[in-house]
Design a protein around this ligand. Structure first.
Ligand SMILES: NC(=O)c1ccc[n+]([C@@H]2O[C@H](COP(=O)([O-])OP(=O)(O)OC[C@H]3O[C@@H](n4cnc5c(N)ncnc54)[C@H](OP(=O)(O)O)[C@@H]3O)[C@@H](O)[C@H]2O)c1
Length: 235
């Protein structure tokens, strides 16, 4: 029996990933920062719910305590994320970005990953086949963002790509520290969700594919990598 926690799984890619992993036989806890949204999603999925705000130490500690008391954790999917746009939906570029905006994005996308991973490490270390999937982005790729002619190069935002590039570095460092775990970063691809006001060209079914695949890695699978559905991505 594999037990899995997905942060920010009350909607979007996290919700779809939960649906797929439940179908594959995992016992899934969905994390939701809002109890009502979480309860509705858990009921639809047949999942367990933990109320978990990745920016809040007490909430993360309480979720870890609950899952530990229920028997532990094998797979952690750090999926919760924000982009932060202007009120009219525009991307916040280099001329407008402030330190406070960066802090807000990093609080969820980076410190949230570290806060949750740190809290669940003792549980993962007790698993026979521990796996961590960090949901990164193609915009984390310094190679792609600096290559003219790519969609990544055309994206003008600062905080979100910087946060996801940091997620990639965090992934590599954790993977080296815990060679007994499979710890990877994934790029789901540009997917229609609330994050981008449903402008993405992929469905959540397509976007969740690489998350699900990396969540189901066995002990012989890769670790410390950065993948999309086609394979390894350039850092
Ligand atoms: N969509 C894309 O094209 C795309 C591409 C590459 C990477 N990604 C990444 O994929 C992940 C999922 O995004 P999505 O596209 O599915 O977006 P989404 O539909 O907006 O879902 C984001 C989820 O994160 C949750 N969340 C936000 N802040 C949180 C916090 N402080 N604590 C706990 N949960 C929090 C949201 O909860 P609420 O409902 O409470 O807001 C929601 O459940 C993100 O990490 C995103 O960066 C998305």
């Amino acid at each position: 029996m594999t037990t899995t926690l997905i942060t920010g799984a009350n909607k979007g890619l996290g919700f779809e990933t939960a649906r797929r992993l439940i179908a594959a036989g995992h016992t899934v806890y969905i994390g939701s920062r809002d109890a009502d949204r979480g309860r509705r999603a858990a009921e639809r999925l047949g999942a367990r719910l933990v109320v978990l705000d990745v920016t809040d130490d007490a909430s993360v500690a309480a979720a870890a305590k609950t899952i530990e008391a229920d028997g532990g954790l094998d797979v952690l999917i750090n999926n919760a994320g924000i982009e932060e746009r202007t009120p009219d939906g525009g991307v916040i570029g280099a001329a407008e970005v402030t330190a406070d905006m960066m802090k807000k994005v990093f609080e969820t996308n980076v410190f949230g990953v570290v806060r949750v991973t740190h809290a669940f490490l003792p549980l993962l270390r007790r698993s026979a086949a521990p796996v961590v999937v960090n949901v990164s982005s193609g915009l984390a790729s310094l190679d792609r963002v600096s290559t003219p002619g790519t969609p990544m190069h055309a994206y003008p935002g600062v905080a979100y790509p910087a946060s996801k590039a940091t997620v990639n570095m965090v992934t590599v460092q954790y993977a080296k520290a815990f060679p007994e775990m499979r710890i990877n970063a994934v790029e789901p691809g540009y997917t229609a969700t609330d994050l981008n006001a449903h402008t993405g060209h992929q469905t959540v079914e397509e976007g969740a594919e690489i998350i699900v695949r990396m969540a189901r890695l066995g002990p012989d699978g890769p670790t410390g990598g950065y993948f999309d559905i086609e394979g390894t991505l350039p850092w």
